[in-house]
Design a protein around this ligand. Structure first.
Ligand code: AMP
Length: 301
């Protein structure tokens, strides 16, 4: 396993590896690696002979009052963990100066995901998904993957990247890995480290909320308002949770759906703050019944 920080060197290596070995899988991360990230690495290994993991805390996706400064960083520990896990060929760990020569503000061209940011986290994190789409574009051009693995935990990001790859003709397969959770259901996140004991205990309401939504939808409820109400009821069980949103959106357009379409796929998503820490969770759910082509819907992911 080698560590590369320079964009041009990364691209040259990737092109060489693609020439000699074929497919190359990229797993983009911001480091502070946990079992959720490692599950994506395992998926990547199944998909391509060469695996690149990028570690880059991207300043352009953090708002001015967000946690860019205190986001956990420990590149040495991340490298050790990837080395121990095995099967990773390259860690691409550029500095901000490698990715944004001249500074972030000097970078005027940005990738705008349009209406995909109208809902869910979009309104609460202005500019965030532009920053994500821009840095993912830069990572794609630096690492030249044929396939990239993202977590469905960040559902809106996953859907945006899938559309980005398709609409900007990258031709990169975007694969979504399942959300890895603590035994009590809390989705693993680098930000869980910010929670104090009581916040951590109550944070499980997010998982309870999306599970409640999944049960309602799988049980045949077609009115999204009823499903949203069941999510809100779960989150309100936690006195510390400050709910930002509970929404049911179409998994392709990320627009809210009022009446669920049998055979369609929706995302049930919640976001809430526990003290200073903002957490999100979601589940992709197939609406039971026949779709317009007469195919039976299958389960949730
Ligand atoms: P991050 O380092 O938070 O930017 O995450 C890097 C990648 O790991 C993203 O594609 C995330 O969606 C994914 N990820 C984060 N947490 C989890 C989790 N609990 N399970 C699966 N994937 C995750």
């Amino acid at each position: 396993m080698i560590v590369i920080s320079d964009v041009d060197e990364m691209r040259a290596r990737s092109l060489g590896l693609r020439h000699s070995s074929g497919d190359l899988a990229l797993v983009p991360t911001m480091g502070a690696l946990h079992d959720g990230h490692m599950s994506l690495v395992r998926i990547a290994r199944q998909l391509a002979p060469t695996v690149v993991v990028s570690v880059f805390v991207n300043p352009s996706q953090f708002g001015p009052r967000e946690d860019y400064g205190r986001y956990p960083r420990n590149l040495a520990a991340d490298i050790e963990r990837l080395e121990e896990a095995g099967g990773v060929d390259i860690v691409f760990a550029p500095g901000v100066e490698n990715m944004y020569p001249g500074g972030v503000d000097d970078h005027v061209v940005r990738v705008v995901p349009g209406s995909l940011t109208d809902h869910l986290c979009g309104p609460f994190r202005p500019g965030h998904f532009e920053g994500v789409a821009t840095v993912v574009t830069k990572l794609f051009n630096a690492c030249m993957p044929t396939v990239a693995v993202f977590g469905r935990k960040d559902a809106q990001q996953f859907v945006i990247v899938r559309r980005l790859s398709r609409e900007l003709n990258f031709g990169i397969d975007i694969v979504g890995g399942p959300t890895i959770r603590e035994p009590d259901g809390l989705a693993l996140s680098s930000r869980n480290a910010y929670l104090n004991g009581e916040e951590r205990r109550q944070a499980t309401v997010l998982h309870e909320a999306i599970e409640a939504a999944r049960e309602r939808v799988s049980g045949g409820e077609l009115e999204s308002e009823a499903v949203v109400d069941s999510m809100i009821a779960r989150v309100s069980k936690s006195p510390l949770a400050e709910l930002q949103y509970a929404e049911i959106v179409d998994s392709g357009t990320l627009q809210p759906v009022r009446r669920l379409k049998p055979g369609g796929e929706v995302i049930a998503a919640v976001a809430a703050s526990f003290g200073e820490t903002r957490l999100i969770d979601n589940v992709f759910v197939r609406v039971p019944g026949l779709d317009p082509l007469g195919q039976e819907a299958k389960g949730s992911r």
